[in-house]
Design a protein around this ligand. Structure first.
Ligand code: GTP
Ligand code: MG
Length: 198
């Protein structure tokens, strides 16, 4: 899919204030610092469109980016950022959970996990919660450039193994790198396929 235009539209703390034009949206969720904002920049090929930082807790709001005037990419705050304190974490949890549960326009949800790590409880628990609430999702392994091909393959297979302990079927999975652009075509084709079926 060709990205002809990509523009930041609006930030919100509440799904109720998000755009009401009914366009489909594709949201990115995951642990703080996993690379959600960087992935949006990579997919759109626009550095600096979504704000990124090496320090976790950069994205604090629901951010809508209008793509090709037809659909949205949505950058969400990360979960599990410890240094923000209990209250701050709770505020973000409510923003994220309300969005995921209530936002009808959310056409697909991508859960990002860091490909350098073996399966982490916080991510598995989040996916369990999605399952309990009947929210379908895909998994995007991020930072694929940061380790060897063999380590990457090992971590992905460990993830599959772990998930099959509690899931009958595996979700769609993508390996990406915001550095090299790996996975860009695959994710965009997946989105395009869904857009065509709507
Ligand atoms: P929050 O908004 O804090 O939840 O974080 P985020 O998930 O949006 O992460 P962000 O995109 O800001 O990236 C965090 C850090 O990881 C930044 O320093 C990025 O440059 C780096 N990063 C993200 N993706 C990649 C990647 O694919 N490869 C490499 N090498 N670095 C990455
Ligand atoms: Mg971010």
């Amino acid at each position: 899919m060709k990205i002809k235009s990509a523009e930041f539209l609006i930030s919100n703390t509440d799904y109720k204030s998000c755009p009401q034009d009914g366009k489909p949206e594709y949201a990115f969720i995951g642990r703080s610092n996993v690379g959600k904002s960087s992935l949006i920049n990579m997919l759109t090929n626009r550095k600096g469109l979504a704000l990124t930082s090496s320090t976790p807790g950069k994205t604090m709001l629901i951010n809508h980016f209008l793509i090709n005037d037809e659909w949205y990419l949505v950058d969400l705050p990360g979960y599990g950022y410890a240094r923000r304190g209990k209250e701050g974490r709770e505020t973000l949890r409510v923003i994220i959970e309300d969005y995921v549960l209530e936002r009808i326009e959310m056409t697909a949800l991508f859960v990002l996990v860091d490909s350098r790590h073996t399966p982490q409880a916080i991510d598995l628990e989040f996916m369990e919660w999605l399952g309990e609430n009947a929210i379908p999702f895909s998994i995007v392994f991020t930072k694929g450039d940061k380790q060897s091909a063999s380590k990457l393959a090992l971590n992905v297979s460990k993830y599959k193994e772990e998930m099959l302990k509690s899931w009958e079927e595996l979700p769609p999975m993508f390996v990406t790198s915001a550095e090299t652009g790996r996975g860009r075509e695959e994710v965009l084709e997946y989105i395009e396929g869904i857009n065509k079926r709507l």
